[in-house]
Design a protein around this ligand. Structure first.
Ligand code: BG6
Length: 494
C-alpha cells in the first residue's frame, strides 16, 4: 500500500514564537515535509511572529538554516527549500504591547476571508492570554480560526483553569487545539488500530488477562538550555501530567463508539477520573523521585543537574517512577507503572502490556518456565510492535521452551519513514480535526490527579534520590516494582 495524502485547502498559519526553538526544530521542518509531499498548497502563508525586528529575508535565511539542520544532506529535499520559503514571511510584534499588531492584522486580513487561519502559540504560557486578547481586539478570532496552545498548560489545576478561562473567553472550545505531541506519534495512533481493528487483543484487554502495564519514556539528554523552565516544572509536570497520562488513557480507555473527537476524548476523560488518588497518605509508597548527578551520557562525561542548572539547592525531580491504578471493572488490581527521566542510558519510549502467567504447565521441569506474554509497543526509536510468545527451541535435546518476539518494525513492514508527530498534528489543526488534541476537561482532570502528588512531595520535605547520569534512575525505582514481584521491562534481557 502506498501512502495516501489528504490535501488541505490553502491556509494561513501564524507562529507566535516563530524564532524560537520549537518553531525552528519542529514546526517549520514539519510544515516543510508536508509541503514537499505536495500536501500544502503553495498559496498558503506561514507567518513567523516574534519580538525581534527583522525583515522577511533575514527570517527566511534562518528558516533555511533550520531546515538544512533538520533534513541533513538530502539533495532532493534541499532543492525544495526555496519554493517553501516563498510561503514564509515574518512580522515583528510585541505580544504584550501595541507595537506591530496593526500591521499584523492587516496582513492576516488581506487574503481570502474564508480561508482557515491558525494561530500557533509557541510562546511562554505567560503571554497566551495577552496574545488571545489582542487577537480579539483586532477581530482576528472569528470565522475559520483556530488557536493552538502548547504545554505547559498551567503548573497546577488553578493555573491551568486560569489559562483555559482566558483563552476560552476569546475562542470557543472547538477552536482551541491543546497540543500533546505524543498523541501525534505513529505508534500511539497505531495503538488505536491494534486495539480496535483486531479481534485478537480486545477480549484479553482487562484484569482477567493482563497482569500489569509499564509505560517508560527515557531520554539521554539533560535539561539543556531549558533550566529556568524545567526547574519550575520537573519531570512530573513536564512529562507525566501530559504525555504519559495520555498514553495511559489510550491503553486503558474503553472502546470509543467512533474516532470522532468527542467519542475518543470522552473515553480518555473517564480513565483520568478513574485514577486512584495518590496523596500524602500513599505517595512515599507509590512514587519515586530522582535527580541526576554527574555521570556519563552519549559516550562522554555528563555533569549533574545542579551543574546544568548553574545553581545549588534545587530539589526538582528529573526522574519519576510511579504506580498508578485505574479504579474500574476492566482494570481493578492491574498496576500501571510509569517511569520517565532525563540522562538515562538510552532514548526510548515504550508501552509494555504484560499478560498473566499460564494457569498450569504441562511441560516437564527441565523444559524451562513459560514466561508470561508481553506486548511491547515501541514509540521511539525503531517504532514497532513486538509480541513475546513462548516457542519450542528448535532441534533435538528435549522440548525446551524459549521466549521469542513476533517482531514488527514499522520501517521494515511499510518501507516508509515515520513522519514526525507535528506533521500530522499541524495538518489536523488545518483540517479541523481535534481528535488527537486535549480537551479542556482532560487537561484539568490530569492536573486534579497530579496536584496531590506534588503536594505530598512538598509536605514530605524529602529531597529526590540522586542517580548517576547514564543509569536507569534511583534504585528506589527498581524497588518500587520489585516489591510487587515484577521487574522493569528490558528488551535486551529477554
Ligand atoms: C517535551 C518535554 O514535551 O517532550 C521535554 O517538555 C521532552 O522535556 C520532550 O524532552 C520529549 O519529546 P520526544 O518526542 O523527544 O520524546
Amino acid at each position: 500500500m502506498t501512502h495516501h495524502l489528504q490535501p488541505v485547502t490553502a491556509f494561513d498559519m501564524a507562529i507566535f514564537g516563530g524564532t524560537g526553538d520549537l518553531a525552528m526544530r519542529k514546526l517549520l521542518p514539519a510544515l516543510f515535509r508536508r509541503f514537499v509531499d505536495d500536501q500544502i498548497p503553495p498559496a498558503s502563508r506561514i507567518i513567523g511572529v516574534a519580538r525581534t525586528e527583522q525583515g522577511d529575508a533575514d527570517y527566511r535565511a534562518s528558516v533555511a538554516e533550520a531546515l538544512q539542520r533538520a533534513i541533513g544532506g538530502d539533495a532532493e529535499l534541499l532543492e525544495r527549500i526555496p519554493a517553501f520559503l516563498q510561503l514564509v514571511c515574518y512580522r515583528a510584534l510585541d505580544a504584550t504591547g501595541e507595537a506591530g499588531w496593526q500591521e499584523f492584522a492587516a496582513l492576516m486580513c488581506n487574503g481570502d476571508a474564508e480561508r482557515v487561519r491558525v494561530f500557533y502559540l509557541s510562546t511562554s504560557p505567560g503571554i497566551f492570554v495577552d496574545i488571545c486578547q489582542r487577537l480579539r481586539e483586532h477581530d482576528l478570532h472569528r470565522g475559520n480560526t483556530r488557536v493552538v496552545i502548547e504545554k505547559p498548560i498551567g503548573n497546577d489545576l488553578d493555573s491551568a483553569r486560569a489559562i483555559n478561562d482566558a483563552v476560552g473567553a476569546v475562542f470557543d472550545e472547538q477552536q482551541i487545539y491543546r497540543i500533546d505531541h505524543y498523541l501525534g506519534k505513529e505508534t500511539v495512533q497505531n495503538l488505536l488500530a491494534l486495539r480496535f481493528a483486531n479481534a485478537l487483543f480486545e477480549p484479553l484487554w482487562n484484569a482477567a488477562h493482563i497482569d500489569h502495564v509499564q509505560i517508560s519514556v527515557a531520554e539521554t539528554v539533560g535539561v539543556e538550555q531549558r533550566g529556568p523552565y524545567y526547574d519550575h516544572a520537573g519531570a512530573l509536570r513536564d512529562m507525566v501530567q501530559n504525555h504519559m497520562l495520555q498514553l495511559l488513557c489510550m491503553v486503558a480507555m474503553e472502546p470509543p463508539t467512533s474516532l470522532s473527537p468527542d467519542s475518543v476524548r470522552d473515553e480518555k476523560l473517564k480513565v483520568l477520573h478513574a485514577l486512584k488518588p495518590i496523596d500524602a497518605g500513599n505517595a512515599s509508597r507509590l512514587t519515586v523521585r530522582g535527580q541526576y548527578r554527574a555521570g556519563a551520557a552519549n559516550g562522554g562525561a555528563a555533569p549533574g543537574y545542579l551543574t546544568d542548572l548553574g545553581r545549588d539547592g534545587s530539589r526538582t525531580e528529573t526522574f519519576v517512577a510511579l504506580k498508578a491504578e485505574v479504579g474500574n471493572w476492566r482494570w481493578a488490581g492491574v498496576p500501571f507503572y510509569l517511569r520517565t527521566g532525563k540522562r538515562l542510558p538510552l532514548r526510548m519510549s515504550e508501552i509494555v502490556v504484560n499478560f498473566r502467567s499460564i494457569p498450569y504447565s504441562i511441560f516437564a521441569e527441565g523444559s524451562g518456565t513459560a514466561q508470561p506474554n508481553k506486548l511491547v509497543l515501541r514509540l521511539q526509536p525503531d517504532e514497532g510492535v513486538k509480541l513475546w510468545v513462548m516457542a519450542k527451541y528448535p532441534g533435538p535435546g528435549g522440548l525446551r521452551l524459549t521466549c521469542v518476539p513476533l517482531d514488527m518494525s514499522f520501517a521494515d513492514a511499510f518501507g516508509v519513514a515515520q513522519p514526525d508527530a507535528y506533521e500530522r498534528l499541524l495538518l489536523d489543526v488545518v483540517r479541523g480535526n481535534p481528535t488527537l488534541f486535549m480537551r479542556r476537561d482532560e487537561v484539568e482532570a490530569a492536573w486534579r490527579w497530579i496536584d496531590p502528588v506534588l503536594a505530598a512531595w512538598q509536605s514530605s520535605g524529602d529531597a529526590p534520590h540522586g542517580y548517576t547520569a547514564g543509569t536507569w534512575g534511583p534504585s528506589a525505582s527498581v524497588a518500587l516494582i520489585e516489591r510487587d514481584g515484577r521487574t522493569w521491562h528490558d528488551d535486551d534481557s529477554d
